[in-house]
Design a protein around this ligand. Structure first.
Ligand code: NAD
Length: 259
């Protein structure tokens, strides 16, 4: 899909990857962009920097009523939505079942999985009626491989990938395109927060190949042009997936040796 002339909603747009996506979509000729975030001041700053075709909107990705309200707002402001980009995300706690509370699990499920389900529920009717539309979510390389330091992040990002695959299979025949963006380390506030959480994190980040949000946005536009399900801003993720696919036990042993 070409971006020119499209109406696009981007969540998590107050900074980082979301802000870079908004700026890139405007540069590519999007007709209208809604920049949504629970940080309204940040979303407004994105809108001001990106230009007059961008409108800021406050919303909480963890609440279905807010996702519905966002879709209603975008429709009333700019008409039918062509692209819904569910990008908002959080680091979540480090650790596994022993360290993570049920409240943290619930919060990550809502933001990383249910937000995308609610978005699909809210926009699919208008996209199916039009016979076209594009749903994207930002998962992570942790959703294809794993992130040994953080179980809830890993599990919920895997679920986001599975959701994107299911939507692509089920609605692809009706003209609905689906992509899932799976970066490793990107220079954003989230990464700064994650690096502060665990010792040795900066070595892990360095090994993961740190890139900028603008690099992700460029890869997204390329991936959308090809309508590819998996958009991998770090090409080495595809190599790790191939290793996992051909030698699962070897892949597990390799990761075990690194923790
Ligand atoms: N930075 C990385 O290294 C990296 C790597 C892989 C995947 N990701 C994913 O990229 C996406 C964007 O993250 P980022 O790196 O740009 O970080 P970021 O912290 O700069 O941006 C995340 C945005 O989401 C917003 N947000 C969080 N919870 C929300 C909620 N409940 N409702 C509305 N908005 C909410 C935040 O306010 C923030 O503006 C996330 O889904 C993240 O998991 C990031």
């Amino acid at each position: 899909m070409k971006i020119q002339g499209k109406h696009i909603v981007v969540t998590g747009a107050a900074g980082g990857i979301g802000r870079a996506l908004v700026e890139r979509f405007v540069a590519e000729g999007a007709r209208a962009v809604v920049a949504a975030d629970y940080d309204l001041a940040g979303a407004r700053a994105t809108a001001e920097a990106a230009g007059a075709s961008v409108t800021a909107r406050k919303f909480d990705a963890g609440a279905e009523a807010d996702v519905q309200d966002l879709v209603r707002f975008a429709n009333e402001t700019n008409g039918r939505i062509d692209v819904f980009f569910s990008n908002a995300g959080v680091t979540g706690p480090v650790g596994g079942p022993l360290e993570t509370s049920n409240e943290d699990w619930d919060s990550l499920w809502r933001i990383h999985v249910m937000a995308h389900v609610w978005a699909a529920r809210a926009v699919l009717p208008q996209m199916r009626e039009a016979g076209e539309g594009y749903l994207l979510n930002t998962a992570s390389a942790a959703g294809l491989l794993t992130q040994p330091s953080a179980l809830p992040y890993t599990v919920t990002k895997h679920a986001a990938v599975a959701l994107a695959e299911w939507l692509a299979i089920t609605y692809g025949g009706e003209g609905i395109r689906v992509s899932c963006v799976c970066p490793q380390a990107v220079r954003t506030q989230m990464l700064v927060a994650a690096m502060g959480q665990s010792e040795g994190a900066s070595d892990v980040v360095a090994a993961a190949g740190l890139i900028d949000p603008e690099d992700v946005a460029r890869t997204v536009v390329e991936g959308m042009a090809e309508e590819r399900l998996l958009i991998l801003p770090h090409p080495e993720v595809a190599q790790r997936m191939a290793f996992k696919g051909t030698d699962h036990e070897g892949w597990l042993a390799d990761l075990r040796a690194k923790i």
